[in-house]
Design a protein around this ligand. Structure first.
Ligand SMILES: C[S@@+](CC[C@H](N)C(=O)[O-])C[C@H]1O[C@@H](n2cnc3c(N)ncnc32)[C@H](O)[C@@H]1O
Length: 404
């Protein structure tokens, strides 16, 4: 939960004395071993501001992996956890480039800063006044205080306290990111999001809107007539985003966006072909990125890369080459799914580290690994899956894909 910041804390941390104090506290280690000693020192030097200072330095260090260029930002613990990672926010902003946009759940501004780079006019609103004060700080010179403020610098963002389910701007594209915690717990029920998803969609019916949702949302129960985009970053599925029909190309209902900090994004939609040949397993097995699986675009991905399916109902793909930048599993052997057979073959090959991937078969990888009593040193991957009615085990060697 972390320290509860008030507006007075934010005003202090954002002023010159607060910035100097933060720089001083940032020189401390603040590890679990030094925490008590460090805290005592900060209390002695900065009195009532100690907790806010220590928490801010702690959160800035944590934020570095998620938010780019946020070294002098302010946070609350919850707001940092909820913030959209920079590459994902940048990707959404790029889709809205050139439009006037209103982020109706702007929090501390992680999406606003990216929108401000590519949109001529941006409005950010939220119900939480502390978060709005933090957003004003984080936006720096991009935030336009109302008339009478300092006229210097680019100013294309307006901040206001407003309830997201009561429209307060016209002519803007709406973006929303309802909080997924209700009563301190994570929820997947759209009606329990804050603000509730059905209320948001009612409030902006007929408007261009993009709503960030949990990737685990049950898309089929949603009755959504626009596009559903699933986004992953560095192999982890981060979110689903509902895009109203006016914000997508005609004929696109599903999109998978695979973002990577090492290579160009891969974007795939259901408007692409998904005709696949039927062949026996090729030289490689490929486990498509979670965004592609979650978006239901496994066949489209296979068609694009000249792959085919091991089984029409299972998301593993196979082929004679691995798409650029993707980790593939070179098939060494196809084995019977019997523990005795597996144990003997793994011992013969001197296997000491076994990654086990399972789809379509009821196997607990950790329990199986223990029972296989590995003793060697060689690394292998075992892909256990179903082909038709038969369980199959492919012994493979994993290869990291070449970068594009
Ligand atoms: C998940 S956070 C948004 C995070 C933001 N997209 C970011 O990247 O930093 C959800 C925000 O919605 C705000 N909120 C909840 N209910 C609201 C409502 N009815 N109207 C406006 N904001 C609301 C919360 O205060 C919170 O800041």
């Amino acid at each position: 939960m972390g320290y509860r910041f008030g507006r007075a804390d934010i005003a202090f941390l954002a002023c010159a004395a607060g910035r100097a104090a933060l720089a001083e506290v940032d020189r401390l280690e603040l590890t679990s071993a030094t925490h008590l000693r460090d805290l005592e020192r900060v209390r002695r030097d900065h009195g009532e501001h100690a907790a806010a200072l220590v928490e801010t330095v702690r959160l800035r260090r944590k934020a570095a992996a998620k938010l780019h260029g946020a070294g002098d930002w302010l946070f609350t613990d919850d707001a940092l956890q909820q913030a959209t990672p920079t590459p994902v926010a940048r990707h959404r902003a790029a889709r809205l480039a050139g439009r006037a946009v209103h982020d109706v759940t702007c929090s501390i501004g992680a999406e606003l800063v990216e929108l401000a780079e590519v949109c001529p006019a941006v409005v950010g609103s939220d119900l939480d006044e502390v978060r709005l004060a933090i957003a004003a700080h984080n936006l720096g010179s991009r935030w336009a205080p109302l008339p009478g403020g300092d006229p210097a610098g680019p100013r294309n963002v307006l901040l206001a306290k407003a309830d997201a389910v009561v429209p307060s701007s016209t002519g803007t594209v709406i973006i929303a990111d309802p909080a997924r915690r209700a009563d301190g717990r994570r929820t997947h029920d759209p009606a329990k999001l804050q603000p509730p998803l059905p209320d948001l969609l009612d409030a902006y019916a007929g408007r261009d809107i993009a709503v960030k949702c949990a990737p685990g949302l049950d898309f089929d129960r949603l009755d959504w007539y626009g596009e559903i985009e699933v986004v992953s970053l560095d192999g982890a599925v981060r979110e689903a985003c509902l895009w109203s029909a006016g914000l997508t190309e005609s004929g696109v209902a599903r999109r998978a966006t695979v973002l990577s900090s090492r290579r160009e994004p891969e974007v795939l939609t259901d408007a692409e072909p998904d005709e696949l040949p039927e062949h026996p397993p090729g030289e490689w097995i490929i486990d498509p990125d979670g965004a592609i699986v979650r978006a239901g675009l496994v066949r489209h991905y296979a068609a694009r890369h000249g792959l085919w399916q091991l089984d029409p109902h299972i998301a593993y793909l196979t082929g004679d080459a691995v798409p650029d930048g993707v980790r593939g599993f070179r098939i060494e052997d196809r084995l019977e799914l019997r523990e005795k057979t597996l144990r003997q073959e793994l011992a013969r090959r001197g296997c000491g580290a076994l990654e086990i991937l399972v789809r379509g078969v009821d196997v607990d990888p950790d329990a199986l690994r223990k029972r296989l009593k590995l003793k060697g040193s060689e690394p292998y991957t075992l892909v256990i899956t179903r082909i038709g009615r038969t369980a199959a085990a492919f012994l493979c060697i994993a290869h990291a894909g070449a970068e594009r």
